[in-house]
Design a protein around this ligand. Structure first.
Ligand code: SF4
Length: 522
């Protein structure tokens, strides 16, 4: 039943995660300790491999995951650590790979290392904001959709996971997440792993939405062991990008911290109950983070077993959850913000403003008249522009004109590969991560993770909705900008037939795994 590393490495490491998902079992993954760059690599490797060995001997969890730069931008490379875990345990971990501070070239190199080493399970994320952005130039973020598409092409038989954040309470932010999740599945993801959250109704909503869209990927719910110590840091203002930690839950933990064990047992029991909740809600598994020692994990896994016995079905789990999520004075803990948005609770009142619609219409018309290869103007001017070298004096002069016209109005940064027609004329360069294929998970409401603007994809959603093209948005993959064209005039590249590219992504692969992976499991 071993999952052969069917990408041709011949190393034959098992993928227990693929095995469990393939037989529709309940998968439980456990996050590795952070690969802190402040420690020597060998110390980090020993720590992670020791935990991986312990989990393997214990046998109750399915796989360890190896995280990527969760604490600092300088944490150790997850591929190197994952290779050592695979050597020691004979089983591949789920390797997290974040696109922050990386380009397609980095991914190409890492996929090659993974292929050579026999790794075959990955979670692709865009990643949160770099803590140390480059001193010169803008930071690059490789969109998870681009990464998934590339990985599916390079390692066709591997198990690819993608993230989704259903814990969004504004229409634009939530639908942006769902559209992007579908896009990730179309780009090659086999399974989805949620962001951290405590609202079971959102997990039900996600499963329902996927079903209605005809998508049936396995979904793992992420469960964070939120201890009173961590809650105290959050109460003092620390934040986790994209994670909605209900303030009332923090107050509850503050009260629980007064217990003789400082609230440790309650925190473990709560996380264990959430793991069992994922099973009772019909999800394919859970991903536990924040528990990094055998002692804590043993307590948590024991608690999972007890809750499993005590809550044999959804109804008993719901009563246990309802009972558990109360303040010491018995008030229920409020898990959602004011006026939360749910798909089953209209109104759907996110509407494009008249100004947004006007701008969209003007740009659409301009695009047709000036850039559509069939238009008379494009035929006349295009032939001339196409003969211009983008780096010549004439090409640079055209670039200055482009910037003068589009810079102030549209936020054009001279990326050289204008993607406006594929993004509802909202410039992806106005997203601090430069994302063209949908939002990252970092929004707070509709506000960008960077805190200084509305997420640009909220506007894209409103325009897609206004024009009846949400499904088209979901199906469209916008190719990343080739680094070599940055700073040059996009018009020249367009009329030379080397402009931006967008493709219709295929329908998602059959759930839960690729035919090759399924064959390997038989
Ligand atoms: S604009 Fe949206 S997608 Fe871009 S970084 Fe901000 S939150 Fe993320």
């Amino acid at each position: 039943m071993g999952h052969d590393a069917s990408s041709g490495t011949g190393r034959g490491y098992r993928s227990r995660l693929a095995e469990v998902l393939g037989r529709r079992g309940f998968a439980l993954t456990v996050e590795s300790p952070p690969l802190l760059g402040s420690k020597p690599l060998e110390d980090v490797v020993s720590e992670v491999t020791a935990l991986a060995r312990w989990l393997q001997e214990d046998g109750r969890a399915t796989a360890i995951t190896v995280s990527d730069r969760v604490r600092t931008d300088r944490d150790h490379d997850p591929i190197s650590v994952a290779l050592r875990v695979a050597e020691v345990t004979g089983t591949v971990p789920l390797v997290h790979w974040a696109g922050k501070g990386r380009t397609a070239l980095h991914l190409q190199r890492d996929l090659e290392r993974a292929r050579t080493g026999g790794l075959q399970s990955f979670l692709f994320l865009t990643g949160d904001a770099l803590r140390e952005p480059p001193r010169e130039g803008s930071a690059r973020y490789l969109d998870s959709v681009d990464a998934l598409r590339m990985a599916r092409h390079e390692l066709p038989d591997s198990l690819l996971a993608a993230a989704v954040n259903p814990f969004k309470y504004r229409e634009e932010a939530l639908l942006g997440q769902y559209v992007k999740a579908a896009k990730k599945l179309r780009a090659g993801a086999d399974l989805l792993i949620t962001q951290i959250g405590w609202d079971p109704r959102k997990l039900v909503e996600l499963a329902g939405w996927l079903g209605r869209r005809g998508l049936h990927p396995p979904v793992l719910a992420t469960v964070w062991l939120l201890t009173p110590r961590l809650a105290a840091r959050l109460l003092q203002g620390a934040t986790l990008p994209g994670v909605y930690v209900p303030p009332d839950l923090l107050r509850c933990l503050e009260a629980e911290a007064k217990a003789p064990d400082h609230g440790r047992q309650r925190a473990i029991l709560r996380a264990a109950l959430q793991v069992v909740g994922a099973a009772r809600l019909g999800l394919a598994g859970a991903h536990v983070c924040g528990a990094h020692t055998p002692r804590t994990l043993e307590e948590l896994l024991d608690a999972v077993e007890r809750w499993r016995r005590d809550c044999p079905d959804l109804r008993s789990w719901e009563s246990a959850w309802d009972e558990f999520m109360r303040h010491p004075d018995r008030r229920p803990v409020r898990l959602v913000p004011e006026d939360p948005f749910y798909l089953d609770a209209p109104p759907y009142d996110a509407l494009a403003s008249p100004a947004e619609i006007r701008r969209f219409r003007i740009l659409q018309a301009l695009d047709r008249w000036v850039f559509d290869h069939g238009s008379p103007l494009a035929r006349a001017a295009g032939a001339l522009v196409a003969r211009t070298d983008p780096r010549s004096a004439a090409g640079r002069a055209l670039g200055r004109v482009e910037h003068a016209l589009k810079g102030g109005w549209l936020g054009c940064q001279m990326c050289g590969s204008c993607r406006l027609p594929h993004t509802f004329f909202v410039c992806p360069e106005t997203c601090p991560k430069g994302l063209a294929n949908g939002p990252c998970g970092g929004t707070d409401g509709n506000t960008c993770e960077f805190g200084d603007r509305e997420c640009i994809h909220a506007r894209v959603y409103r325009l897609a909705k206004h024009t009846g093209r949400v499904l088209q948005w979901e199906a469209t993959w916008v190719a990343p900008v080739p680094e070599e064209v940055r700073g040059t005039c996009s018009w020249v590249h367009h009329f030379r037939g080397q402009g931006s590219r967008a493709e219709v992504l295929p329908e998602p692969r059959p759930a839960p795994l690729s035919p090759q992976a399924s064959r390997a499991l038989r």
